[in-house]
Design a protein around this ligand. Sequence first.
Ligand code: 8GT
Length: 132
Amino acid sequence: MLVVAIALVAADGRVLLAQRPRGSRHGGLWEFPGGKVESGERPEAALVREVREELGIEIDPRDLAPVGFASEAEAKRHLLLLLYRADRWVGEPTALVADRLAWVAVEAMPALAMPPADRPLVEALARPLDRP
Ligand SMILES: Nc1nc2c([nH]c(=O)n2[C@@H]2O[C@H](COP(=O)(O)OP(=O)(O)OP(=O)(O)O)[C@@H](O)[C@H]2O)c(=O)[nH]1
């Protein structure tokens, strides 16, 4: 299963996380907005579609930069999760699907309940910020 996700980075460095609806798989956990890539779909096009559906914002695919990926064995399938980042978008993110949205400092993410695949991605996201 190929999943794409986005770290929307605000001017103050905080990143948008979405809380998965309770009752769904991983319900209540905080994750990067995104979703499954459909058959024959370009990953970047899937991400543009997902943020439109889930957040009501528009992103230019040229503003997507790769951060890293996670490869995680799940019970019945294997998850390959590609994380991109973007500093520019059009519109105000709205919780159209998620229970809640929150702008979170990367340093605060390790304390949040997130899916296991997200842990290495949070580290990858923090890495460039560590540099002086
Ligand atoms: N968008 C997103 N999905 C993630 C992240 N981490 C992670 O493990 N996932 C998993 O990747 C899949 C995302 O696909 P989706 O959001 O379209 O899944 P879904 O609601 O249809 O649920 P389903 O997998 O039970 O069909 C989910 O299984 C989700 O738990 C993340 O940071 N962002």
